[in-house]
Design a protein around this ligand. Structure first.
Ligand code: A2P
Length: 339
């Protein structure tokens, strides 16, 4: 009989946690028992898994004694404290926060790009799930890098509020309602109004003027692609969209890159769907990528300002490929190849 695993979802009541539960169900991950963990604010509540009500438990140091795989998505401070405790108890942690991503002995994995890195889970029993914007970018960059050798990447993002969590989803909804009713708006999650606005500010600002989100995209891309020579620069922007991150990506390559050939390569790459027929007004859109597992790419065209350049528009569901799906895909490779 196929082996089944005891799985914990840490942050189960959150936007990503909820999606993790749905994706474990959808992809028929071999779950023996599921443990749903959150803060004491959620004590006593229930969530559904495979049509059965499961009680949400409060996360404690003893939560992981009988757990094989833990999917963490309750914020960096929770992961910093509880991931090593879980790992010590024998649970393999797949961590969706930035807590461990850049530690050299912790693998940072996108299964379509560097599945072999999962083998390093043995170092500390922790595997890091990359930043949402990085994941959808590297899924598209890797096949082009293999063929043309990417020298430089310039990316600007248009990121959905669901990436900030459930309180941010409520904030966009409430501000929109208030503005339509000529009422004052409340800003609790973001420093400025997010409804009908764009905020060039995701995560905290650093001394060099970049935000931490931008540095995550730069550093994580090099680590996942296993190539420090790729130059990356990023501007990350929060937009009033509930679901899906969109990205304008410009690349410069060593070898000459033809848009038609790039389109063919991407169309045959795992996890990528090309939608690129501008004459018929067909290109990737946040509203149509919502709920989908693939990364969508379109507007593929030559950058005529440089020798070997290409522009693209890349869209993916940030809660799925950008977070929960990628984590479950890592778990699938882990159990099928290593456990
Ligand atoms: P809770 O709902 O009990 O607050 P989001 O990213 O959508 O805001 O969700 C964050 C998730 O992380 C929620 O499930 C939240 O639980 C959980 N969480 C936040 N802080 C803690 C904590 N200290 N211990 C356990 N879970 C936490």
């Amino acid at each position: 009989m196929k082996k089944k695993y005891n799985v914990a979802v840490v942050g189960a009541t959150g936007a990503v946690g909820n999606e993790m539960i749905r994706i474990l169900e959808e992809r028929k991950f071999p779950v023996n028992r599921i443990k749903l963990l959150a803060s004491d604010r959620s004590a006593g509540s229930t969530l559904s898994f495979k049509k059965k009500a499961v009680k949400v438990e409060v996360l404690t140091e003893d939560s992981f004694e009988d757990i094989d795989v833990g999917l963490f998505s309750a914020g960096g401070s929770v992961s910093k404290k509880f991931a090593p405790i879980a790992a010590k108890a024998g649970c393999i942690v797949i961590d969706n926060t930035s807590a461990f991503r850049m530690e050299p002995d912790i693998p940072l994995v996108v299964p379509e790009v560097n599945p072999h890195a999962i083998a390093q889970y043995k170092n500390r029993n922790i595997i890091a799930n990359p930043n949402c914007s990085t994941i959808q970018m590297v899924v598209v960059l890797k096949p082009l890098h293999d063929e043309y050798v990417i020298k430089r990447v310039v990316v600007s993002t248009y990121q959905a509020v669901s990436g900030t969590g459930k309180l941010a989803i409520d904030e966009l909804m409430n501000q929109t309602k208030s503005l339509f009713n000529f009422q004052k708006i409340e800003c609790n999650v973001y420093p400025h109004q997010i409804a009908f606005n764009c905020l060039p500010h995701i995560d905290v600002f650093l001394d060099n003027g970049y935000t931490k989100e931008e540095i995550k995209m730069i550093d994580e891309t090099k680590k996942i692609m296993e190539d420090d020579s790729i130059k990356v620069t990023a501007t990350t922007v929060r937009v009033p969209v509930f679901s899906c991150h969109s990205e304008s990506i410009n690349i410069e390559t060593k070898k000459e890159i033809a848009p038609e050939k790039a389109r063919d390569i991407l169309a045959g790459s795992p996890g990528v769907v090309v939608i690129d027929d501008p004459g018929k007004e067909r290109y990737p859109l946040a509203v149509t990528a919502t709920g989908k597992n693939e990364t969508f790419v379109g507007r593929i065209r030559k950058d005529e300002s440089v020798k070997n350049g290409l522009n693209m528009w890349v869209v993916a569901d940030n809660l799925r490929k950008g977070a929960a799906l990628n984590a479950v895909q890592i778990a699938e490779v882990l159990v099928s190849r290593y456990l």
